[in-house]
Ligand binder design. Structure first.
Ligand SMILES: Nc1nc2c(ncn2[C@@H]2O[C@H](COP(=O)(O)OP(=O)(O)OP(=O)(O)O)[C@@H](O)[C@H]2O)c(=O)[nH]1
Ligand SMILES: [Mg+2]
Length: 295
């Protein structure tokens, strides 16, 4: 996959524009214009100021510094190194949560596909029981990718489906089970309590489950996804982040703010609607794709 191409909008908004501004050199005037560009790229106020401060310092010392190298260095320092997730339990239970339409179901399909490609087995469980269309959507992915899906009829208790899916995965010796949940807003208290319940029920079906909780964030929402994410984290112990739809936005800079503010590893990013349009997040590659050389 050509990540640069997929992240073109963000690269144009950030790197190309900065290139035009810094073509005249880095000074107070051009830093003022850079501020606008960084904010428009959705880096957020705090990070924007941090970047500008580092630029001021560096260019005072050495006016011949390379702004791209410097920016890439600053951004890379924002991402702590996280160990890869290596599940010990079998089945390893992953629960996927997030607001409506964030890309949860698509993420589950893609993740399952990559697990199968790696030679392991996975059961996709649908605890989004409010809409018949939700289980149909997951079932359709299952058919397309040839991956088994556990669903129940509309209106079933999401906890019950979660319990049964995990039990089935255990009984049939699946390596992974991934539980899809209904989209919800953190302001919907009843639905958020229900999510906590699904989480607890998973632990009853299997000790230690769920072994990870992925919070899926819509990249086109950018900075505004942050307060929502923080609310989710109050109800359920989120362990990892997924940022989707980064192909459709110029706000790729928000990924840096998400990593910093939420202090959780970003594991995957979505860069398209297809089954292959998700990649394991790599800070260096991501930065290279949006800061890298000009077109
Ligand atoms: N362009 C683009 N579209 C995406 C990406 N990920 C998901 N989508 C689209 O976003 C829409 C919603 O995706 P779903 O996976 O159904 O989202 P969801 O969170 O399961 O939605 P609900 O179950 O309704 O809460 C679909 O049209 C997806 O094709 C992505 O990385 N890029
Ligand atoms: Mg869904």
């Amino acid at each position: 996959m050509n990540l640069r191409e997929k992240l073109k909008k963000s690269r144009n908004a950030l790197s190309r524009k900065l290139g035009m501004v810094f073509g005249q050199g880095v000074d107070e005037d051009t830093l003022g214009s850079a501020e606008e560009i960084l904010l428009a790229s959705d880096l957020g106020w705090e990070l924007t100021e941090l970047v500008l401060e580092r630029f001021r310092k560096e260019f005072k010392l050495n006016s011949n510094s390379n702004w791209k190298t410097l920016l890439a260095t600053i951004l890379e320092e924002l991402f702590p190194e996280y160990d890869p997730w290596i599940p010990e339990a079998k089945p390893a239970v992953t629960m996927v949560v997030g607001v409506n339409g964030a890309g949860k179901t698509t993420t589950i399909a893609r993740l399952s596909q990559s697990i199968v490609a790696g030679g392991e087995t996975v059961l996709m469980g649908c605890a989004d029981t409010y809409r018949a269309a939700a289980s149909e959507q997951l079932a359709l992915w299952g058919q397309r990718l040839n991956i088994p899906v556990y669903t129940s009829i509309e209106g079933t208790d999401p906890g019950a489906v979660t319990f049964d899916a995990i039990r089935k995965a255990k009984l049939k010796h699946f390596d992974h089970v991934i539980i899809d949940t209904a989209g919800r807003l953190p302001t919907q208290k009843g639905l958020m309590d229900e999510l906590s319940k699904v989480y607890r029920v998973a632990g009853k079906a299997m000790e230690g489950a769920p072994h990870r909780v992925l919070l899926v964030l819509d990249g086109t929402v950018g900075q505004n996804a942050l307060p929502q994410a923080q609310q989710f984290m109050k109800f359920i112990p989120v362990t990892d982040l997924v940022v989707t739809k980064l192909d459709g936005t110029a706000k790729g800079g928000s990924v840096f703010a998400m990593a910093r503010e939420l202090n959780l590893p970003i594991r995957y990013i979505g860069v398209g609607e297809g089954a292959d349009d998700m990649i394991t997040f790599d800070a260096e590659a991501f930065i290279e794709a949006i800061v890298g050389s000009n077109d």
